[in-house]
Design a protein around this ligand. Structure first.
Ligand code: NAP
Length: 501
Protein backbone atom coordinates (compact mmCIF):
# COMPACT_ATOMS: atom_id res chain seq x y z
CA UNK A 1 0.00 0.00 0.00
CA UNK A 2 1.47 3.43 -0.85
CA UNK A 3 2.35 5.35 2.28
CA UNK A 4 1.07 8.89 2.75
CA UNK A 5 3.71 11.56 2.18
CA UNK A 6 5.80 12.17 5.32
CA UNK A 7 4.43 14.67 7.82
CA UNK A 8 6.70 16.52 10.25
CA UNK A 9 5.34 19.63 11.91
CA UNK A 10 7.80 21.90 13.72
CA UNK A 11 7.01 22.60 17.40
CA UNK A 12 4.86 25.58 18.33
CA UNK A 13 6.81 27.58 20.89
CA UNK A 14 8.24 25.00 23.29
CA UNK A 15 5.51 22.42 22.67
CA UNK A 16 5.38 19.80 19.92
CA UNK A 17 2.47 20.23 17.51
CA UNK A 18 -0.19 17.96 18.99
CA UNK A 19 -3.28 16.53 17.28
CA UNK A 20 -6.35 15.38 19.22
CA UNK A 21 -8.55 12.81 17.53
CA UNK A 22 -12.04 12.57 19.01
CA UNK A 23 -13.65 9.16 18.56
CA UNK A 24 -12.20 5.69 17.93
CA UNK A 25 -14.54 4.35 15.26
CA UNK A 26 -13.66 3.91 11.61
CA UNK A 27 -12.95 7.66 11.23
CA UNK A 28 -10.70 8.10 14.27
CA UNK A 29 -8.84 4.81 13.84
CA UNK A 30 -8.29 5.50 10.13
CA UNK A 31 -6.97 9.03 10.80
CA UNK A 32 -4.62 7.74 13.51
CA UNK A 33 -3.23 4.97 11.27
CA UNK A 34 -2.54 7.40 8.44
CA UNK A 35 -0.87 9.91 10.78
CA UNK A 36 1.47 7.15 12.00
CA UNK A 37 2.13 5.86 8.50
CA UNK A 38 3.15 9.43 7.59
CA UNK A 39 5.64 9.33 10.48
CA UNK A 40 3.64 11.66 12.76
CA UNK A 41 3.33 10.35 16.34
CA UNK A 42 2.21 13.32 18.40
CA UNK A 43 -1.49 12.57 18.70
CA UNK A 44 -4.02 11.32 21.23
CA UNK A 45 -7.25 9.49 20.49
CA UNK A 46 -9.98 10.44 22.95
CA UNK A 47 -12.77 7.88 23.15
CA UNK A 48 -15.87 8.34 25.31
CA UNK A 49 -16.60 4.61 25.67
CA UNK A 50 -14.47 1.92 27.25
CA UNK A 51 -13.67 0.26 23.93
CA UNK A 52 -12.95 1.28 20.35
CA UNK A 53 -15.22 0.52 17.39
CA UNK A 54 -17.80 3.33 17.22
CA UNK A 55 -21.07 2.24 15.69
CA UNK A 56 -19.72 -1.32 15.35
CA UNK A 57 -19.15 -1.47 19.11
CA UNK A 58 -22.55 0.03 19.95
CA UNK A 59 -24.81 -1.90 17.59
CA UNK A 60 -24.73 -5.40 19.03
CA UNK A 61 -28.35 -6.25 18.23
CA UNK A 62 -29.05 -9.78 16.94
CA UNK A 63 -28.51 -9.95 13.17
CA UNK A 64 -26.33 -6.79 13.02
CA UNK A 65 -24.27 -6.90 9.83
CA UNK A 66 -23.00 -4.54 7.18
CA UNK A 67 -24.92 -3.87 3.99
CA UNK A 68 -21.76 -3.09 2.01
CA UNK A 69 -19.31 -5.84 1.04
CA UNK A 70 -16.47 -6.03 3.54
CA UNK A 71 -13.64 -6.11 1.02
CA UNK A 72 -14.75 -2.54 0.29
CA UNK A 73 -16.06 -1.65 3.75
CA UNK A 74 -12.52 -1.74 5.19
CA UNK A 75 -9.42 0.42 4.82
CA UNK A 76 -7.54 0.15 1.53
CA UNK A 77 -4.35 0.67 3.58
CA UNK A 78 -5.26 -2.16 5.98
CA UNK A 79 -6.70 -4.95 3.83
CA UNK A 80 -7.92 -8.06 5.65
CA UNK A 81 -8.19 -11.46 4.00
CA UNK A 82 -10.18 -13.03 6.86
CA UNK A 83 -13.75 -11.86 6.09
CA UNK A 84 -15.90 -14.97 6.31
CA UNK A 85 -18.96 -13.42 4.63
CA UNK A 86 -19.21 -11.03 1.72
CA UNK A 87 -21.24 -8.80 4.09
CA UNK A 88 -19.50 -9.11 7.46
CA UNK A 89 -21.30 -9.49 10.76
CA UNK A 90 -20.91 -6.85 13.47
CA UNK A 91 -18.54 -8.96 15.63
CA UNK A 92 -16.13 -9.45 12.74
CA UNK A 93 -16.07 -5.76 11.81
CA UNK A 94 -15.32 -4.91 15.44
CA UNK A 95 -12.55 -7.57 15.45
CA UNK A 96 -11.15 -5.97 12.28
CA UNK A 97 -11.04 -2.51 13.89
CA UNK A 98 -9.29 -3.94 16.95
CA UNK A 99 -6.80 -5.67 14.68
CA UNK A 100 -6.20 -2.37 12.83
CA UNK A 101 -5.56 -0.52 16.10
CA UNK A 102 -3.26 -3.29 17.39
CA UNK A 103 -1.13 -3.85 14.30
CA UNK A 104 -0.74 -0.13 13.66
CA UNK A 105 0.49 0.58 17.20
CA UNK A 106 -2.39 2.82 18.29
CA UNK A 107 -2.75 1.49 21.86
CA UNK A 108 -0.30 3.98 23.44
CA UNK A 109 -2.26 6.84 21.84
CA UNK A 110 -5.68 5.73 23.10
CA UNK A 111 -7.47 7.27 26.05
CA UNK A 112 -10.64 5.28 26.69
CA UNK A 113 -13.54 6.35 28.98
CA UNK A 114 -12.55 9.87 28.09
CA UNK A 115 -15.56 11.78 26.75
CA UNK A 116 -14.75 15.24 25.42
CA UNK A 117 -17.13 17.73 27.04
CA UNK A 118 -15.81 20.91 25.52
CA UNK A 119 -13.38 22.11 22.85
CA UNK A 120 -12.54 25.81 22.84
CA UNK A 121 -10.11 27.63 20.58
CA UNK A 122 -7.79 29.79 22.63
CA UNK A 123 -7.11 32.73 20.29
CA UNK A 124 -4.27 34.11 22.34
CA UNK A 125 -2.38 30.84 22.62
CA UNK A 126 -3.53 29.80 19.11
CA UNK A 127 -4.45 26.28 20.09
CA UNK A 128 -7.45 24.21 21.18
CA UNK A 129 -8.24 23.45 24.81
CA UNK A 130 -10.21 20.28 25.33
CA UNK A 131 -11.96 19.51 28.59
CA UNK A 132 -12.63 15.80 29.11
CA UNK A 133 -15.00 13.85 31.40
CA UNK A 134 -12.86 13.82 34.54
CA UNK A 135 -12.22 17.57 34.28
CA UNK A 136 -8.71 17.20 32.81
CA UNK A 137 -7.67 19.69 30.16
CA UNK A 138 -5.72 18.78 27.07
CA UNK A 139 -4.08 21.17 24.62
CA UNK A 140 -4.09 20.40 20.90
CA UNK A 141 -2.96 22.41 17.89
CA UNK A 142 -5.40 20.60 15.64
CA UNK A 143 -8.54 18.57 16.30
CA UNK A 144 -9.88 15.75 14.15
CA UNK A 145 -13.48 15.16 15.21
CA UNK A 146 -14.63 11.68 14.21
CA UNK A 147 -17.65 11.20 16.44
CA UNK A 148 -19.73 9.51 13.73
CA UNK A 149 -22.92 10.38 11.92
CA UNK A 150 -24.88 7.54 13.50
CA UNK A 151 -23.77 7.60 17.10
CA UNK A 152 -26.68 9.17 18.93
CA UNK A 153 -29.82 7.00 19.13
CA UNK A 154 -33.12 8.61 18.21
CA UNK A 155 -36.00 7.48 20.43
CA UNK A 156 -39.46 7.70 18.88
CA UNK A 157 -41.36 10.90 19.42
CA UNK A 158 -44.35 9.23 21.10
CA UNK A 159 -45.93 9.63 24.54
CA UNK A 160 -46.11 7.08 27.35
CA UNK A 161 -42.54 5.80 27.26
CA UNK A 162 -42.03 6.45 30.97
CA UNK A 163 -45.26 4.63 31.86
CA UNK A 164 -44.41 1.35 30.11
CA UNK A 165 -43.85 -1.31 32.80
CA UNK A 166 -41.96 -3.91 30.74
CA UNK A 167 -38.42 -3.70 29.39
CA UNK A 168 -37.57 -1.32 26.56
CA UNK A 169 -34.35 -0.40 24.81
CA UNK A 170 -32.96 0.99 21.55
CA UNK A 171 -31.32 -1.27 18.94
CA UNK A 172 -28.07 0.72 19.28
CA UNK A 173 -28.05 0.07 23.07
CA UNK A 174 -29.25 -3.54 23.06
CA UNK A 175 -29.89 -4.88 26.54
CA UNK A 176 -28.48 -8.42 26.43
CA UNK A 177 -29.76 -9.09 29.95
CA UNK A 178 -33.36 -9.02 28.77
CA UNK A 179 -34.61 -12.49 27.92
CA UNK A 180 -36.65 -12.47 24.70
CA UNK A 181 -37.43 -16.18 24.55
CA UNK A 182 -41.15 -16.77 24.92
CA UNK A 183 -41.90 -13.05 25.39
CA UNK A 184 -44.39 -10.78 23.64
CA UNK A 185 -42.06 -8.42 21.79
CA UNK A 186 -42.91 -5.18 19.98
CA UNK A 187 -40.48 -3.66 17.47
CA UNK A 188 -40.99 -0.02 16.48
CA UNK A 189 -39.53 0.98 13.11
CA UNK A 190 -38.79 -0.75 9.80
CA UNK A 191 -35.43 0.73 8.80
CA UNK A 192 -32.02 -0.90 8.24
CA UNK A 193 -31.71 -2.02 11.89
CA UNK A 194 -35.25 -3.43 12.19
CA UNK A 195 -35.02 -5.57 9.07
CA UNK A 196 -31.95 -7.27 10.54
CA UNK A 197 -33.39 -7.65 14.06
CA UNK A 198 -36.81 -9.01 13.12
CA UNK A 199 -35.65 -12.21 11.33
CA UNK A 200 -32.94 -12.75 13.97
CA UNK A 201 -35.38 -12.83 16.91
CA UNK A 202 -38.64 -14.00 15.28
CA UNK A 203 -38.12 -17.67 16.13
CA UNK A 204 -37.39 -17.03 19.79
CA UNK A 205 -40.33 -14.89 20.79
CA UNK A 206 -43.93 -15.78 21.64
CA UNK A 207 -45.33 -12.99 19.49
CA UNK A 208 -43.74 -10.20 17.49
CA UNK A 209 -45.66 -7.01 16.70
CA UNK A 210 -43.88 -4.83 14.19
CA UNK A 211 -44.94 -1.18 14.07
CA UNK A 212 -44.30 0.12 10.59
CA UNK A 213 -44.81 3.79 9.73
CA UNK A 214 -43.32 3.74 6.23
CA UNK A 215 -42.51 0.46 4.48
CA UNK A 216 -38.97 0.19 3.13
CA UNK A 217 -37.92 -0.95 -0.34
CA UNK A 218 -36.00 -4.20 0.13
CA UNK A 219 -33.67 -5.85 -2.38
CA UNK A 220 -32.22 -9.37 -2.15
CA UNK A 221 -28.84 -9.38 -0.39
CA UNK A 222 -26.14 -11.04 -2.54
CA UNK A 223 -24.40 -12.46 0.52
CA UNK A 224 -22.41 -15.70 0.71
CA UNK A 225 -19.84 -17.25 2.98
CA UNK A 226 -16.17 -16.96 2.06
CA UNK A 227 -14.71 -20.39 2.71
CA UNK A 228 -11.25 -21.19 4.16
CA UNK A 229 -9.79 -21.99 0.75
CA UNK A 230 -10.82 -18.65 -0.73
CA UNK A 231 -9.55 -16.84 2.37
CA UNK A 232 -6.15 -18.57 2.14
CA UNK A 233 -5.96 -17.59 -1.50
CA UNK A 234 -6.70 -13.95 -0.64
CA UNK A 235 -4.14 -14.05 2.16
CA UNK A 236 -1.41 -15.30 -0.16
CA UNK A 237 -2.32 -13.19 -3.15
CA UNK A 238 -2.78 -9.58 -2.02
CA UNK A 239 -3.27 -8.58 -5.67
CA UNK A 240 -6.38 -10.76 -5.74
CA UNK A 241 -7.73 -8.94 -2.71
CA UNK A 242 -7.07 -5.63 -4.40
CA UNK A 243 -8.89 -6.84 -7.52
CA UNK A 244 -11.85 -7.99 -5.40
CA UNK A 245 -12.04 -4.52 -3.86
CA UNK A 246 -11.91 -2.86 -7.29
CA UNK A 247 -14.58 -5.19 -8.66
CA UNK A 248 -16.96 -4.38 -5.80
CA UNK A 249 -16.19 -0.66 -5.97
CA UNK A 250 -16.87 -0.39 -9.70
CA UNK A 251 -20.00 -2.54 -9.48
CA UNK A 252 -21.53 -0.22 -6.86
CA UNK A 253 -20.44 3.12 -8.31
CA UNK A 254 -22.87 3.30 -11.29
CA UNK A 255 -25.82 2.97 -8.88
CA UNK A 256 -25.41 6.62 -7.98
CA UNK A 257 -26.72 7.64 -11.43
CA UNK A 258 -30.26 6.66 -10.44
CA UNK A 259 -30.01 8.66 -7.23
CA UNK A 260 -28.67 11.89 -8.66
CA UNK A 261 -29.58 12.18 -12.35
CA UNK A 262 -33.31 11.47 -12.39
CA UNK A 263 -35.57 9.37 -10.13
CA UNK A 264 -36.95 7.70 -13.30
CA UNK A 265 -33.63 5.87 -13.71
CA UNK A 266 -34.54 4.01 -10.51
CA UNK A 267 -37.28 2.15 -12.43
CA UNK A 268 -35.19 -1.00 -12.98
CA UNK A 269 -34.18 -1.24 -9.34
CA UNK A 270 -37.75 -0.65 -8.20
CA UNK A 271 -38.96 -3.45 -10.50
CA UNK A 272 -36.36 -5.75 -8.93
CA UNK A 273 -37.54 -4.85 -5.43
CA UNK A 274 -41.19 -5.45 -6.47
CA UNK A 275 -40.24 -8.84 -7.87
CA UNK A 276 -38.47 -9.70 -4.61
CA UNK A 277 -41.62 -8.71 -2.72
CA UNK A 278 -43.95 -10.69 -5.03
CA UNK A 279 -41.78 -13.80 -4.88
CA UNK A 280 -41.37 -13.60 -1.11
CA UNK A 281 -44.88 -12.76 0.15
CA UNK A 282 -47.85 -14.80 -1.06
CA UNK A 283 -50.58 -13.10 1.00
CA UNK A 284 -51.71 -10.17 -1.14
CA UNK A 285 -53.08 -8.19 1.82
CA UNK A 286 -49.74 -8.37 3.65
CA UNK A 287 -47.93 -7.59 0.41
CA UNK A 288 -50.01 -4.41 -0.03
CA UNK A 289 -49.35 -3.44 3.58
CA UNK A 290 -45.57 -3.59 3.13
CA UNK A 291 -45.41 -2.06 -0.38
CA UNK A 292 -43.85 1.43 -0.35
CA UNK A 293 -45.58 4.30 -2.16
CA UNK A 294 -42.48 6.39 -2.87
CA UNK A 295 -39.66 6.04 -5.41
CA UNK A 296 -36.99 3.55 -4.43
CA UNK A 297 -33.86 5.29 -3.13
CA UNK A 298 -35.69 8.25 -1.58
CA UNK A 299 -35.13 6.51 1.75
CA UNK A 300 -32.20 4.14 2.24
CA UNK A 301 -32.54 1.00 0.11
CA UNK A 302 -32.42 -2.07 2.31
CA UNK A 303 -31.18 -5.59 1.56
CA UNK A 304 -32.43 -8.79 3.10
CA UNK A 305 -33.16 -12.40 2.16
CA UNK A 306 -35.13 -13.25 5.30
CA UNK A 307 -37.12 -10.15 6.35
CA UNK A 308 -40.19 -10.95 4.27
CA UNK A 309 -40.09 -14.61 5.40
CA UNK A 310 -40.13 -13.49 9.02
CA UNK A 311 -43.17 -11.26 8.44
CA UNK A 312 -45.16 -14.30 7.30
CA UNK A 313 -44.71 -16.34 10.48
CA UNK A 314 -48.09 -16.91 12.16
CA UNK A 315 -47.04 -15.13 15.37
CA UNK A 316 -45.66 -12.02 13.57
CA UNK A 317 -48.02 -9.08 12.88
CA UNK A 318 -47.23 -5.96 10.87
CA UNK A 319 -49.12 -2.89 12.11
CA UNK A 320 -49.15 -0.27 9.36
CA UNK A 321 -49.69 3.26 10.66
CA UNK A 322 -46.79 3.20 13.12
CA UNK A 323 -46.77 3.34 16.90
CA UNK A 324 -48.63 6.28 18.42
CA UNK A 325 -47.72 5.73 22.05
CA UNK A 326 -46.82 3.37 24.86
CA UNK A 327 -49.12 2.32 27.70
CA UNK A 328 -48.10 0.58 30.93
CA UNK A 329 -48.80 -2.76 29.23
CA UNK A 330 -47.96 -2.33 25.57
CA UNK A 331 -47.86 -0.23 22.41
CA UNK A 332 -50.63 1.82 20.78
CA UNK A 333 -50.92 1.40 17.03
CA UNK A 334 -51.77 4.21 14.62
CA UNK A 335 -55.48 3.87 15.48
CA UNK A 336 -54.87 4.01 19.20
CA UNK A 337 -55.47 0.28 19.75
CA UNK A 338 -53.27 -1.26 22.42
CA UNK A 339 -51.08 -4.23 21.57
CA UNK A 340 -49.84 -5.95 24.73
CA UNK A 341 -46.06 -6.34 24.98
CA UNK A 342 -43.50 -7.49 27.56
CA UNK A 343 -40.54 -5.95 25.71
CA UNK A 344 -40.42 -2.94 23.36
CA UNK A 345 -37.48 -2.58 20.99
CA UNK A 346 -37.00 0.87 19.50
CA UNK A 347 -35.46 0.40 16.03
CA UNK A 348 -35.93 4.09 15.36
CA UNK A 349 -32.54 5.18 14.07
CA UNK A 350 -30.20 8.01 14.93
CA UNK A 351 -30.00 11.79 15.22
CA UNK A 352 -28.17 12.08 11.93
CA UNK A 353 -29.46 14.98 9.86
CA UNK A 354 -28.85 17.70 12.40
CA UNK A 355 -25.30 16.34 12.76
CA UNK A 356 -25.04 17.02 16.46
CA UNK A 357 -21.57 17.45 17.86
CA UNK A 358 -21.63 15.67 21.23
CA UNK A 359 -19.57 18.34 23.02
CA UNK A 360 -19.54 22.12 23.26
CA UNK A 361 -17.48 23.56 20.41
CA UNK A 362 -16.35 27.18 20.50
CA UNK A 363 -14.24 28.76 17.77
CA UNK A 364 -13.00 32.24 16.86
CA UNK A 365 -14.79 35.21 18.49
CA UNK A 366 -16.58 32.83 20.88
CA UNK A 367 -18.73 31.38 18.06
CA UNK A 368 -20.57 28.19 19.01
CA UNK A 369 -20.89 25.57 16.28
CA UNK A 370 -23.61 23.78 18.26
CA UNK A 371 -25.76 26.95 18.24
CA UNK A 372 -24.96 27.80 14.64
CA UNK A 373 -25.93 24.36 13.35
CA UNK A 374 -29.05 24.24 15.54
CA UNK A 375 -30.09 27.62 14.13
CA UNK A 376 -29.09 27.23 10.47
CA UNK A 377 -28.56 23.50 9.90
CA UNK A 378 -25.24 21.74 9.45
CA UNK A 379 -22.89 23.03 6.76
CA UNK A 380 -19.16 22.64 6.17
CA UNK A 381 -16.61 22.92 3.37
CA UNK A 382 -16.05 19.54 1.72
CA UNK A 383 -17.73 18.01 4.76
CA UNK A 384 -14.48 18.61 6.62
CA UNK A 385 -13.80 22.21 7.73
CA UNK A 386 -16.07 24.96 9.06
CA UNK A 387 -15.48 28.71 8.86
CA UNK A 388 -14.51 30.17 12.23
CA UNK A 389 -13.11 26.89 13.61
CA UNK A 390 -9.38 26.90 12.84
CA UNK A 391 -7.45 23.63 12.54
CA UNK A 392 -10.67 21.76 13.25
CA UNK A 393 -11.48 18.85 10.93
CA UNK A 394 -14.60 16.73 10.75
CA UNK A 395 -14.61 13.15 9.52
CA UNK A 396 -18.08 12.19 8.19
CA UNK A 397 -19.20 15.81 8.39
CA UNK A 398 -22.22 17.32 6.61
CA UNK A 399 -23.08 15.94 3.14
CA UNK A 400 -20.54 13.15 3.12
CA UNK A 401 -23.02 10.25 3.52
CA UNK A 402 -23.74 7.74 0.78
CA UNK A 403 -26.69 5.73 -0.43
CA UNK A 404 -24.76 3.52 -2.81
CA UNK A 405 -21.25 2.64 -1.64
CA UNK A 406 -18.82 2.36 1.26
CA UNK A 407 -18.44 5.17 3.81
CA UNK A 408 -14.90 3.95 4.43
CA UNK A 409 -14.00 5.25 0.96
CA UNK A 410 -15.26 8.72 1.92
CA UNK A 411 -13.47 8.55 5.28
CA UNK A 412 -10.16 7.76 3.52
CA UNK A 413 -10.66 10.72 1.17
CA UNK A 414 -11.24 13.06 4.10
CA UNK A 415 -8.17 11.74 5.93
CA UNK A 416 -6.01 12.44 2.86
CA UNK A 417 -7.35 16.01 2.83
CA UNK A 418 -6.68 16.54 6.55
CA UNK A 419 -3.13 15.20 6.25
CA UNK A 420 -2.48 17.57 3.37
CA UNK A 421 -3.87 20.47 5.42
CA UNK A 422 -1.44 19.58 8.23
CA UNK A 423 1.39 19.37 5.68
CA UNK A 424 0.49 22.89 4.53
CA UNK A 425 0.67 24.11 8.12
CA UNK A 426 4.07 22.41 8.47
CA UNK A 427 5.37 23.88 5.21
CA UNK A 428 4.16 27.44 5.67
CA UNK A 429 4.76 27.72 9.40
CA UNK A 430 1.23 29.06 9.89
CA UNK A 431 -0.34 28.45 13.27
CA UNK A 432 -3.74 27.78 11.86
CA UNK A 433 -5.87 27.61 8.74
CA UNK A 434 -9.55 28.56 8.58
CA UNK A 435 -11.80 28.04 5.57
CA UNK A 436 -13.11 31.27 4.05
CA UNK A 437 -16.85 31.88 4.46
CA UNK A 438 -17.26 32.53 0.69
CA UNK A 439 -15.67 29.17 -0.16
CA UNK A 440 -17.91 27.36 2.28
CA UNK A 441 -21.05 29.16 1.02
CA UNK A 442 -20.21 28.41 -2.60
CA UNK A 443 -19.62 24.73 -1.80
CA UNK A 444 -22.99 24.44 -0.07
CA UNK A 445 -24.90 26.39 -2.73
CA UNK A 446 -23.53 23.96 -5.37
CA UNK A 447 -24.41 20.97 -3.21
CA UNK A 448 -27.99 22.08 -2.60
CA UNK A 449 -28.46 22.82 -6.32
CA UNK A 450 -27.32 19.31 -7.21
CA UNK A 451 -29.40 17.74 -4.44
CA UNK A 452 -32.59 19.44 -5.67
CA UNK A 453 -32.92 17.10 -8.66
CA UNK A 454 -32.11 13.86 -6.87
CA UNK A 455 -34.36 11.00 -5.81
CA UNK A 456 -33.82 12.10 -2.18
CA UNK A 457 -35.86 15.23 -2.99
CA UNK A 458 -38.69 13.25 -4.61
CA UNK A 459 -41.08 13.68 -1.72
CA UNK A 460 -40.57 11.07 1.03
CA UNK A 461 -39.86 11.79 4.64
CA UNK A 462 -36.29 10.57 5.25
CA UNK A 463 -33.70 11.25 7.94
CA UNK A 464 -31.44 12.65 5.22
CA UNK A 465 -33.35 15.95 5.56
CA UNK A 466 -32.53 18.19 8.51
CA UNK A 467 -35.22 19.95 10.51
CA UNK A 468 -34.36 23.01 8.36
CA UNK A 469 -35.65 21.22 5.26
CA UNK A 470 -32.24 20.76 3.61
CA UNK A 471 -30.47 17.52 2.85
CA UNK A 472 -27.41 17.89 5.06
CA UNK A 473 -26.31 14.27 5.08
CA UNK A 474 -25.70 12.96 1.56
CA UNK A 475 -23.05 13.44 -1.07
CA UNK A 476 -24.81 13.87 -4.43
CA UNK A 477 -22.24 12.30 -6.72
CA UNK A 478 -19.78 9.54 -7.44
CA UNK A 479 -17.38 8.77 -4.60
CA UNK A 480 -14.44 9.33 -6.97
CA UNK A 481 -15.71 12.90 -7.48
CA UNK A 482 -15.49 13.45 -3.72
CA UNK A 483 -12.03 11.89 -3.77
CA UNK A 484 -10.94 14.21 -6.57
CA UNK A 485 -12.09 17.25 -4.60
CA UNK A 486 -10.25 16.15 -1.46
CA UNK A 487 -7.07 14.85 -3.08
CA UNK A 488 -5.18 18.07 -2.28
CA UNK A 489 -5.70 20.71 0.37
CA UNK A 490 -6.85 23.84 -1.51
CA UNK A 491 -4.97 26.56 0.35
CA UNK A 492 -6.66 29.33 -1.69
CA UNK A 493 -9.96 28.58 0.02
CA UNK A 494 -8.40 29.26 3.42
CA UNK A 495 -7.20 32.11 5.61
CA UNK A 496 -4.29 31.66 7.97
CA UNK A 497 -3.46 33.45 11.21
CA UNK A 498 -1.00 35.52 9.15
CA UNK A 499 -3.81 36.90 6.96
CA UNK A 500 -5.63 38.27 9.98
CA UNK A 501 -2.58 39.41 12.02
P1 NAP B 1 -33.79 4.46 10.32
O1 NAP B 1 -33.43 4.00 8.99
O2 NAP B 1 -33.78 5.92 10.61
O3 NAP B 1 -35.18 3.85 10.67
C1 NAP B 1 -35.93 4.27 11.76
C2 NAP B 1 -37.27 3.65 11.63
O4 NAP B 1 -38.06 4.03 12.75
C3 NAP B 1 -38.03 4.11 10.37
O5 NAP B 1 -38.66 3.02 9.80
C4 NAP B 1 -39.03 5.11 10.98
O6 NAP B 1 -40.20 5.27 10.21
C5 NAP B 1 -39.31 4.39 12.28
N1 NAP B 1 -40.09 5.13 13.25
C6 NAP B 1 -39.80 6.25 13.94
N2 NAP B 1 -40.82 6.59 14.75
C7 NAP B 1 -41.77 5.65 14.58
C8 NAP B 1 -43.06 5.44 15.12
N3 NAP B 1 -43.60 6.26 16.01
N4 NAP B 1 -43.76 4.35 14.70
C9 NAP B 1 -43.24 3.49 13.81
N5 NAP B 1 -42.05 3.66 13.26
C10 NAP B 1 -41.32 4.72 13.65
O7 NAP B 1 -32.87 3.80 11.46
P2 NAP B 1 -32.00 2.48 11.40
O8 NAP B 1 -32.78 1.37 10.89
O9 NAP B 1 -31.36 2.31 12.74
O10 NAP B 1 -30.91 2.85 10.36
C11 NAP B 1 -30.25 4.09 10.40
C12 NAP B 1 -29.09 4.07 9.48
O11 NAP B 1 -28.08 3.28 10.08
C13 NAP B 1 -29.32 3.42 8.14
O12 NAP B 1 -29.92 4.22 7.19
C14 NAP B 1 -27.92 3.02 7.76
O13 NAP B 1 -27.24 4.12 7.24
C15 NAP B 1 -27.36 2.64 9.10
N6 NAP B 1 -27.46 1.20 9.29
C16 NAP B 1 -26.68 0.45 8.50
C17 NAP B 1 -26.72 -0.89 8.63
C18 NAP B 1 -25.85 -1.68 7.76
O14 NAP B 1 -26.19 -2.76 7.42
N7 NAP B 1 -24.69 -1.16 7.35
C19 NAP B 1 -27.54 -1.51 9.55
C20 NAP B 1 -28.32 -0.72 10.36
C21 NAP B 1 -28.27 0.65 10.23
P3 NAP B 1 -40.26 6.35 8.99
O15 NAP B 1 -39.55 5.69 7.85
O16 NAP B 1 -41.69 6.56 8.76
O17 NAP B 1 -39.55 7.58 9.48
Amino acid sequence: MPRPEPLTIPPRGNAPFHVAIIGAGFGGIGAAIQLRRAGFHDFTILEAASDIGGTWRDNTYPGAACDVQSHLYSFSFAPWPHWDHMFARQEQILAYLRWCAGTHGLDPHLRLDCPVREARFDEKAQHWRLRVGNGDELVAHAVISATGGLSQPQWPDIPGQKEFRGEQFHTARWNHDVELDGQRVAVIGTGASAIQVVPAIADRVRSLDLFQRTPPWVLPKPDRTIGPRERTLLENLPALQWLQRQRIYWSLEPRVLGFVIHPRIMGGLQALAKLHLRRSIQDSELRTRVTPDYTIGCKRILMSNDYYDALQRPHVTVHAGGASGLTPGGVLDGNGHEQPADVVIHATGFKAADAPIPYTLTGLDGASLNDRWAREGAAAFKGTTVHGFPNFFLIVGPNTGLGHSSMVHIIESQITYVLDALRTIARTGANWIDVRQEAQDQWNADLQKRLAGTVWASGCNAWYQSSHGRNTTLWPGFTWQFRQRTRRFDANAYLTDRDVA
